[in-house]
Structure formats: structure tokens, C-alpha cells
Design a protein around this ligand. Structure first.
Ligand SMILES: Cc1c2[nH]c(c1CCC(=O)O)Cc1[nH]c(c(CCC(=O)O)c1C)Cc1[nH]c(c(CCC(=O)O)c1C)Cc1[nH]c(c(C)c1CCC(=O)O)C2
Length: 343
């Protein structure tokens, strides 16, 4: 069947004069209505597990801007929590988790099939959204990639250079590989349930892929993505998958072909013209404007929107930022971008 939704058409390889558009973190603190709903929920995690309110914040940017896609409101760190890790957020600092330092850290964790009761509110959010989204809007489900999630579980928090995870993969590969396998398998189960609940596309966020080099990148970023995508497509034929190996640099080349992804999301450390020549040759790409332009705005925002649209105009493209929109972004700048893009 020919796709009718604009985002699905690009994912199927269609070149469109005006590309579909959505923004990573489009439901977030830059929007006053998000801040109000988050206050109602109490805190960020309570919002993630409150299906009605999580669906509400997912819908807010769709109402305000008419984006072509909505992304489920949740977090990549809900999976470790479903597996039995402690998780909390420290205001102004970020996430904290119980820390895995050796083999004994794995024993309290649950199995891949034991996550669904914990994740039930997330699946319910997906079901509400698939009922309530406008018929032209595509619903994207997501999960963190095993490597990125593992970096948080091993360090117990975000790190600049992911050193604790690198240390474990080098010094204790048995423990590290067991954790990676558990995360790969449970990510398949988690995403599969999102699809059953109504997600039409899935995206895998590997925010720290760029710190893996050479063979380590292939083993811990490329291989898990390939495995997850192959299994999801076996269970859900035709399911479009977006991979985001952030800051992969040269390793973006060939990533879609090697993993089976229908689209690769590019961060803004690579130039759009380079991405068109090296990555878009294999299919759809998403990206890749700098998030800071949503803070600074002005003529530069208009020029950059048009330059990126133009650079990717010869192939399938989904317009987005190279990373999430930040809390200090001006909501009016999103309208400026949309006007420059859609004309
Ligand atoms: C590393 C990572 C996390 N979460 C995520 C990643 C990978 C992508 C990336 O690099 O941004 C992914 C994520 N986080 C969130 C989503 C929902 C979908 C979307 O809007 O794109 C997605 C896809 C919501 C969120 N996740 C978070 C927020 C901000 C929460 C708030 O304070 O309201 C949102 C909207 C919190 C979060 N969650 C995490 C961090 C490091 C933080 C930042 C802490 C902070 O900003 O105070 C873990």
C-alpha cells in the first residue's frame, strides 16, 4: 500500500519538495504548557509513568506546530528501571542509577520478559496516542541503544567520556557482554510491545556511539542495532526503523546498509552536504540543524533551515535537529523554522 503519511513516505524512500519535520525533545521544558503539565505530574519520572499526562505532553507540540511526527514521551532510562535498577533524577544535574561495577551487579537484574508489568503505563501512553493523534501524524516509539544505556548503568550517571563503561568492556568483557546481551534482548521485547500498542516507527538512540572507535564501534554500536532491527522486522514486517548513532562521524557511512535501518539520524557535528554525499546515497536521512539556532533565531535560523533543506533535497529526508531542542529555546523560533521550511 502506498504510504499516505508524510513521514512514512520519506522513510519509504520518497523525495518530497517539503520534507516532513519533527524535533527531538519537542515535548520539553522550552514549552510553557509542558512545564505546567510536568508540575501537575510532580516530577519527570511521575510524568513518564502517568499515561494520560505523558500522552498530553506528547500532543502539545503537535497542536502548537503541526509536526509530521509525535514521539512517545518516556525516557531511555526507564528500561534499566524495568530491569530492576534504581533510577532517580537530581534537579539541575541529571539521572542517577544504581551502579554496576562487576558480575555481582548483574544478579539482581530481571530477565528480558519481566519488564512488561513495569512498562505497562508506557504501552498505555502509546495506545492513547494512537487513538488521539491527527490522522496525518506518525507515532514514533523509541528506546536507548544498548551501549548508551549500559554507559549509564555502569557509571550510575551521565559521564563526559563514558570511561567506566569503556573500562569494563576492556577489563571485564564477560560482565560487559552479558549486560549488553540483556539490554539488546530486552530492547527488542520493549520496542516490540510499543509496536503492538500502536507505534508506527521505532527509533534507537545511541547518544554515546561516538565514543566507540573502530572494531569496538562495530561490536557495540553496529551489531546490537543490526540485531534489534532484524528481530523487530521479523516480528513486524515493514516496520520502519531509525538509527541514531550520535557523533559516529565517518562511521555513519554504510551504517544504514549494515544495520538494516531505513533512516539514519545525523547529529550536527557533520555537515549536511557531507551527509548528503556519504549517507543519504543509501537512503533516508534525518537531521541535522544545530539546536542552538532555536535559541539564537534570526536570519541565521532561516538561512540554515533553507541550507539544510537544500543540501538534502536530492534524496529522502526528514528535517530535524542534530540533537534535542534545549530548555532555553524560544518557542517562536520553531515557527520561524517551520515557515522557512514549508514556505
Ligand atoms: C541520554 C538520554 C536520556 N534520555 C534520552 C537520551 C538519549 C538522547 C539524548 O542524548 O538526548 C532520550 C529521551 N529523553 C526524552 C525523550 C522523549 C522523546 C523526545 O522528546 O525526543 C527521549 C527520546 C525525554 C526527556 N528526558 C529528560 C527530559 C527533561 C526532563 C524534565 O526535566 O522535564 C525529557 C523531556 C531527562 C533526561 N533523560 C536523560 C538525560 C541525560 C536527561 C537530562 C536531565 C535534564 O535535562 O535535567 C537520559
Amino acid at each position: 500500500m502506498a504510504e499516505t503519511k508524510k513521514l512514512l513516505r520519506s522513510l519509504a524512500g520518497e523525495i518530497q519538495d517539503v520534507p516532513p519535520v519533527w524535533l527531538m525533545r519537542q515535548a520539553g521544558r522550552y514549552l510553557p504548557e509542558y512545564r505546567a503539565t510536568r508540575a501537575e505530574a510532580g516530577d519527570f519520572l511521575s510524568l513518564c509513568y502517568n499515561s494520560e499526562l505523558a500522552a498530553e505532553v506528547t500532543l502539545q507540540p503537535i497542536r502548537r506546530y503541526g509536526f509530521d511526527a509525535a514521539i512517545l514521551f518516556a525516557d531511555i532510562l526507564l528500561l534499566p528501571q524495568a530491569l530492576g535498577a534504581d533510577l532517580w533524577f537530581v534537579t539541575g544535574e541529571g539521572p542517577r542509577l544504581s551502579t554496576i561495577t562487576g558480575p555481582e551487579g548483574l544478579s539482581p537484574l530481571k530477565g528480558k520478559d519481566d519488564i512488561h508489568e513495569h512498562m505497562a503505563p508506557v504501552y498505555e501512553t502509546v495506545r492513547i496516542l494512537s487513538r488521539e493523534l491527527p490522522s496525518e501524524t506518525t507515532l514514533i516509539g523509541f528506546a536507548g541503544a544498548p551501549w548508551t544505556v549500559a554507559t549509564y548503568m555502569i557509571a550510575g550517571q551521565g559521564t563526559k567520556d563514558q570511561a567506566p563503561a569503556h573500562k569494563m568492556r576492556v577489563e571485564d568483557p564477560a560482565t560487559f557482554d552479558a549486560l549488553m546481551d540483556l539490554l539488546t534482548e530486552s530492547t527488542i521485547e520493549y520496542l516490540s510491545k510499543q509496536v503492538e500498542a500502536g507505534a508506527e516507527v521505532v527509533k534507537i538512540f545511541d547518544s554515546w556511539a561516538g565514543s566507540l572507535k573502530g572494531e569496538a564501534f562495530d561490536k557495540y554500536a553496529l551489531e546490537p542495532a543490526k540485531k534489534i532491527i532484524a528481530e523487530l522486522k521479523a516480528r513486524h514486517p515493514g516496520l520502519p526503523c531509525i538509527a541514531f548513532p550520535r557523533e559516529a562521524g565517518e562511521k555513519y557511512i554504510g551504517f544504514a546498509k549494515a544495520t538494516g535501518a531505513d533512516c539514519v539520524a545525523l547529529d550536527n557535528s557533520v555537515d549536511a552536504a557531507w551527509g548528503a554525499a556519504n549517507v543519504q546515497v543509501d537512503g533516508c536521512v534525518q537531521g541535522n540543524m544545530a539546536p542552538s539556532l532555536m535559541v539564537t533565531g534570526g536570519q541565521e535560523l532561516i538561512d540554515e533551515t533553507k541550507r539544510i533543506k537544500d543540501a538534502f533535497s536530492k534524496g529522502p529526508h526528514i528535517f530535524n535537529l542534530g540533537h534535542g531542542i534545549t530548555p532555553d529555546a524560544d518557542p517562536e523560533n520553531v515557527n520561524v523554522m517551520l515557515e522557512a521550511l514549508r514556505g
